[in-house]
Design a protein around this ligand. Structure first.
Ligand code: PXP
Length: 248
């Protein structure tokens, strides 16, 4: 059984498109509401919820996460950068897990994997600090054996393999097979190193057919496609459908 984590960030992206400049970007008649959508995704069978608080708060707000936590039914995976401020905030929020991601001010969504090899000292500090405070840490990385080895070396218990290149290659059979074999090798190396291996980014209702062949992946984190489909079908159907496709 492959688990489904639903990334709810794009609900906040849509809300901010209208309410960014309001004094309050949450609560009252401010829609759509990420907390409400997260609860609905849980009712539809999501195994967990992911939210990313960015350094400039341009999408999800701290209050969104706190409101979700008041009535959450599954678990919260909080994505953050490795900055001092964000790691401190993550500990105040006290989620069920943290996924460390790179952050680039201009990007609309996370674009590449974290360079753990190139930032090993800081990554080591952050992983230790979070683990000491009882928060399991996942590192969002490209499926590169060197990055996987660096994660294992600093004692990160989980990784999330970046599936963006695979998703972009989906309609070209040669590239798709190449990207799938890179992911398969990343999954194998990760498991051999004793890591829990999650995956995500760019997975949709078509390429999930290839993604699910990576059957040792513990959990896929999927956002954009589920939220997009929900505009047509409603969120309950879009979550249920993805969960079924992942495990058919
Ligand atoms: N995993 C991580 C670490 C992410 O930052 C994101 C969002 O960019 C996702 C998974 C989900 O990606 P998508 O929205 O393309 O499904």
């Amino acid at each position: 059984m492959i688990l489904l984590g639903v990334n709810i960030d794009h609900v906040a992206t849509l809300r901010q498109a209208r309410y960014r400049d309001e004094e309050n970007t949450f609560g009252g008649f401010v829609e759509p509401d990420p907390a409400q959508m997260a609860w609905l995704a849980e009712d539809a069978g999501a195994d967990g919820i992911t939210m990313h608080i960015r350094e400039d708060r341009r999408h999800v707000q701290v209050e969104d996460v706190q409101r979700y936590q008041e009535k959450m039914k599954t678990r919260l995976n909080l994505e953050t950068s490795m900055s001092l401020e964000m790691v401190q905030l993550a500990q105040e929020i006290n989620p069920d897990s943290v996924c460390l991601v790179p952050e680039n001010r201009k990007e609309v969504t996370t674009e590449g994997g974290l360079d753990v090899c190139g930032n090993i000292e800081r990554a080591n500090e952050v992983v230790r600090e979070l683990l000491q405070n009882g928060i399991p840490v996942s590192m969002f990385i490209d499926p590169d054996p060197h990055q996987l080895e660096a994660c294992a070396k600093i004692g990160a218990p989980w990784v999330e393999l970046h599936t963006g290149s695979f998703a972009r290659a989906w309609y070209d059979s040669e590239r798709r097979e190449k990207e799938l074999s890179i992911l398969r090798e990343g999954m194998r190396v990760g498991l051999e190193l004793g890591l829990r291996v999650n995956a995500g980014h760019g997975i949709n209702y078509e390429n999930v057919e290839g993604a699910k062949t990576l059957e040792s992946i513990y959990e896929f984190n999927i956002g954009h496609s589920i939220i997009s489909r929900s505009l047509n079908t409603g969120l309950v159907e879009s979550v249920k459908k993805m969960r079924t496709l992942l495990n058919q």
